[in-house]
Design a protein around this ligand. Structure first.
Ligand code: PLP
Length: 385
């Protein structure tokens, strides 16, 4: 039996190991100069004015909503085709997530569905750049700006990605990135918020450390002072210097990582394009895709097996896969508490039954990609109707 190809493996080199060890030896473990350097490099890299390092994308989304003023009884429009975090942060602000359907080609949020969901209570929209493909940002920003609605992008999958020549991270009001272990670059756990608004950046930074006016560098270094003030009831969302030390070399490799994922996506596209049972990912024009995920759709009418059986067979053949996502409205919490009508999500309901995310990451070899192609192709041939 050939070795198992996991769904994801991080690519951690000697530079990262050395940087973390150096930080461990430095005597400064929590948020300090490494985190400042990481923020500066990240802001320059995406071309944003401000970047705030946080301990997750979830924390970034929460602080972004709170910073733009989402509060009790407000509504925030969220795609149903996303991870738990995108909607749970709306609850943190005591507001209501209004779930909307996705497009059948890109699986990104459906702009017409956003338009229908807007009400006088709508304070914000959270587009999720599904799999690393930017949403239709011009249309979303037009809709939002004409109604004074804020756009907080969930870019957990979209590093690096471009929309009409502009980097994701420079488009909406605040953009939130994830450095979770499976993402396109990692700090183990971690996140970053970017914005052009200096006041919001300062507020997010203060909220991330208990709402206090002085961070650790400004309290515990020889130049610092013990005195601090609590400006807001804040949170404990700061990123450690150990994580930032890992993030800096990962960020410097991020373009090269992206090139490899792009090449693997093209190999998959080419191999599957003439297999009628497989619908390869659709790409809009004028975008650059981060290819965090490579999601195929099965044409189940042409197969004797369902999606779940296909996943089991792939596993038996040594290929790890995943499903992105179980739409939020199908989960028990949202079914019980929010009573979203199932008929509001015809596309997500249909898409969910057919999708499989295949492995795509720089740590894979070309031979691994060829093996995934060969196994998927063979299983499809064996299970044709
Ligand atoms: C679309 C999306 N948003 C947000 C998150 C949350 O990211 P984090 O784990 O950094 O909080 C994830 C994580 O998988 C995600 O897929």
């Amino acid at each position: 039996m050939k070795p198992f190809i996991p769904f994801h493996l991080p690519d951690i080199g000697e530079e990262e190991i050395h940087a973390v060890v150096e930080t461990l030896r430095s005597g400064w473990l929590t948020t300090g100069i490494k985190t400042k350097q990481f923020e500066k490099e990240f802001a320059e890299w995406v071309g944003a004015s401000h970047a705030i390092a946080l301990n997750s994308c979830t924390a970034a989304l929460h602080l972004a909503l709170e910073t733009v003023g989402v509060t009790d009884g407000d509504e925030v429009i969220v795609p149903t085709m996303t991870f738990a975090a995108t909607a749970e942060v709306v609850h943190y602000c005591r507001a209501l997530p209004i779930l909307v359907d996705c497009k059948s080609d890109t699986f990104n949020i459906d702009v017409e569905a956003i338009e229908q969901a807007i009400s006088p209570k709508t304070k914000a929209i959270i587009p999720v750049h599904f799999a690393g493909q930017p949403c239709e940002m011009d249309r979303i920003l037009d809709l939002a700006q004409s109604r004074n609605i804020k756009v907080i992008e969930d870019a957990a999958h979209a590093l690096p990605a471009k929309y009409r020549g502009k980097m994701v991270g420079t488009l909406g009001d605040i953009t939130c990135f994830s450095f979770y272990a499976t993402k396109t670059m990692t700090t183990g756990e971690g996140g970053m918020a970017t914005t052009e608004n200096a006041e919001w950046a300062e507020r997010m930074r203060i909220l991330s450390l208990h709402g206090i006016s002085r961070d650790a560098v400004n309290r515990y270094t020889p130049e610092g002072s013990w005195y601090y003030e609590i400006c807001y009831p804040g949170y404990k969302y700061n990123l450690t210097d150990m994580a930032s030390a890992l993030g800096i070399p990962q960020l410097r490799k991020c373009h090269d990582f992206g090139k490899i994922r792009n090449r693997y996506a093209m190999l998959y596209n080419e191999a599957f394009k003439d297999i009628p049972e497989i619908i390869v990912p659709y790409m809009n024009e004028d975008i650059e895709h981060a290819w965090h995920l490579y999601v195929i759709k099965l044409d189940l009418k042409r197969l004797r097996i369902g999606r779940d059986e296909m996943i089991d067979l792939l596993k038996q053949q040594g290929i790890g896969t995943s499903v992105h996502f179980i739409p939020l409205h199908l989960h028990p919490y949202y079914r019980r508490n929010c009573r979203y009508a199932n008929e509001n999500f015809p596309v997500a309901n249909q898409v969910f039954k057919c999708i499989i995310s295949l492995p795509i990451y720089p740590k894979m070899t070309d031979a691994d990609v060829q093996r995934v192609i060969e196994v998927v192709t063979r299983l499809i041939q064996e299970n044709r109707r």
